[in-house]
Design a protein around this ligand. Structure first.
Ligand SMILES: Nc1ncnc2c1ncn2[C@@H]1O[C@H](COP(=O)(O)OP(=O)(O)OP(=O)(O)O)[C@@H](O)[C@H]1O
Ligand SMILES: [Mg+2]
Length: 284
């Protein structure tokens, strides 16, 4: 069988570095994510996962390096252009960020409003096509029956699936999910991750998702990235992610030696990355 040609990455992070006021919290982080690929980002608290997501959306301006979303470098963009580029990115947070008193359907429409002409946004009068799209997105996350329910009457897992539908309604090509299951019980967590997996596969959407529950990675992601003290110390296909990596990512020694993991060549990468572990410094 002829291998399919490499596809352009939806997200390309190159030598990203950032600091707030003190020492670096991201240092020389590089990776690409292909359409339809699901990437789990793990790492201890304070490793820089949220900062990485904020840098990808240009909510923080990284000190060094480059981020391209669908081939566009966000660093040079401002105002309406930046807004438009951000619409390529759907955001899913730990605490859902839904408008509690609005229905599930209206919350999904909020994702769509960014695409509407201003007068319709002001009047909050989405047309039939937007309504149909929002319903379709709810159906894709298995919530058709709850379209009219107020967001604050839904369970945590259902609310998180509404948040995923909202990202879909934006027609995002990249979904960034920062600890989307941290507040959920195990069954709801599994259902939310399965939903993310399905939308990635069916919609050819790249998903980058941070998780503290490392045991959930295996059934969910294609690939695992680990951050420690702001450095990318692991980038492996999920099949190559074993207990030895898990222990090394989370052990308290700030200079763990991560075992080398088998790593398949991925489209768009010249060399497969190997597991490395050279955190610059211990995090305090
Ligand atoms: N707005 C900020 N100002 C200053 N320092 C910050 C800010 N946000 C995060 N930091 C620091 O940057 C480092 C990385 O934080 P970040 O929130 O990215 O980690 P994380 O991996 O998402 O952690 P967690 O798993 O707890 O969510 C931490 O040392 C944190 O204290
Ligand atoms: Mg975080």
């Amino acid at each position: 069988m002829t291998p399919s040609p490499p596809r352009a990455p939806v997200l390309s992070v190159q030598s990203l570095g950032h600091r707030y006021d003190g020492p670096p919290v991201l240092a020389d982080v590089s990776f690409d994510v292909a359409p339809g690929e699901v990437v789990a980002v793990i790492g201890p608290s304070g490793a820089g996962k949220t900062t990485l997501f904020r840098a990808v959306t240009a909510l923080v301006r990284p000190e060094s390096g480059r981020v391209e979303v669908a081939g566009r470098d966000l660093a040079g963009l401002r105002g309406a252009e930046l807004g438009q580029a951000r619409r390529e990115i759907g955001l899913v947070f730990q605490h859902y960020n839904l408008v509690r008193r609005l229905s599930a359907l209206d919350n999904v429409l909020v994702g769509r409003l960014a695409h509407l002409p201003t007068w319709r946004v002001l009047a909050r009068r989405p047309g039939p096509e937007e309504q149909a799209l929002a319903r379709e997105c709810l159906e894709r996350v298995g919530l058709s029956d709850h379209a009219g329910a107020r967001a604050d009457t839904l369970s945590g897992g259902q609310q998180q699936r509404v948040a995923i539908a909202r990202a879909l309604a934006q027609r995002s090509r990249l979904v960034l999910a920062d600890e989307p299951v941290a507040s959920l019980d195990p069954a709801s967590a599994a259902s939310v991750l399965a939903t993310l997996r399905t939308v990635a596969t069916e919609g050819d959407i790249a998903v980058v998702c941070s998780l503290h529950q490392v045991e959930l990675v295996a059934g969910f992601a294609d690939r695992v990235l680990a951050l420690r003290a702001g450095r990318l110390v692991l980038d492996v296909p999920v099949a190559g992610f074993g207990p030895e990596h898990r222990a090394a990512v989370y052990e308290s020694d700030p200079s763990p030696s991560l075992p080398a993991a088998p790593c398949e060549a991925r489209p768009g990468r010249e060399e497969p990355e190997r597991a490395t572990a050279t955190p610059e410094r211990s995090r305090t």
